[in-house]
Design a binder for this molecule. Sequence first.
Ligand SMILES: [Zn+2]
Length: 468
Amino acid sequence: MVLIENAYLAPVVGPEIKSGYIRIEGDRIAEVAAGPAPEAPGATRIDGTGCLATPGLVNTHHHLYQWASQGLAQDATLFEWLVALYPVWAAMDADVVKGAATAGLGHLALSGCTTSSDHHYVFPKGRGDLFAAEIEAARELGVRFHPARGSMDRGQSQGGLPPDVVVERLDEILTATADAVDAYHDPSFSSKLRVAVAPCSPFSASAELMTEAAALARSKGVRLHTHLAETVDEEEHCRAQFGARPTAYLDKLGWLGPDVWVAHAVHLSDADIDRFAATGTGTAHCPSSNGRLGAGIARVSEMLRRGANVGLGVDGSASAELTALAGEMRQALLSQRARYGPTALTARQALELATTGGARNLGREDELGSLEAGKLADIALWRMDGPFAGAVADPVFALVLASGRPPLARLLVGGETIVEDDELRTVAQDEAGRAGARAHRRLLRLAEQHGVTREPIAPDPEPKPPTP
Ligand SMILES: [Zn+2]
């Protein structure tokens, strides 16, 4: 038995408790209550004095391999950025993915993330088992992992955006995706590994792939994920090529439903939002990435008001750079308020996006996302009593609005410690960081060997003097 005691508890579901305890039995929460913790001989006691306990945060959109391609194409639109980076990504191998995923997931854990999805959609031939590499990284760290087997089959010759060299054939995709589900998907209650099926986007996946992927996922009882309505360019592409706006196109393909969550959904009409709500389709809101690429501000406040589910995602580190999941609560709140005014999103709603909203996106609302008896003991214990915290009146507001996250006293996944005193405990933290740096250097070296020149994608490190 583990007892977290004397902490401020924000269970997300149910009232907050100013000083209380959480009793953990095995990998589940057994009790959440106010007051001092009971006597319990043999129990491990974690003193939460000065701490805020929240559910572990849930990240519902990422591309971990992109840790290795940060800082490139810095001032590009989404399409410009993709066109610059596809050739770089085409050079990646399993070593790049392993190092990038180790650093990326470690960085996420340090910002309170206990469950993360990943959307991997570039599978260059003969470069090792990329999907297995990221799963190994997640296993070593000990976080819950929802890798989505992504795919692209619509290269430039078929009217798509990516060069033909980075896309796969439809039959290869379907076989590899079915194999990934069969090899790794664990549907059990306390699962730490669930696989989703995830054609990349309307501009890189054919209608046939979308339809076949949905049939495959539904036959195997796994979830569906894709990018949708991220930019105005995508909307124009869909109108020109499919004669429909992105949401209507997905709807026609049978891709709206309670087993689907999409990334971004920035450009939705009122009718689109109502379809999302009516069908139970979820959204991974990625405000930092949307801001970096100038994609727009998603209508999150309106989506919530109309009953559509929204979770958070950091998105890949090539567009969001070193974005921490906890910081996306702040980014979501600020961007909604900048667009709609100060009542658009409360701090508690932002915390809901990061917890219950994320759990619903992954179909795990019975297991994750709140501190309640019977749920998995995935808990973040934030230290709120640092030297400058003497004036903190509301720890939840302080956590959400913090521009630098508060330190983590603990991060538990199924009752097991992943982070303690703000340091990773399941893997060596410094080595995890170095693995990410090595992956970055290796990818750029491999890309150079593939003939990618650095100039179009990276700023000149030595700016030329202005011409007179
Ligand atoms: Zn993405």
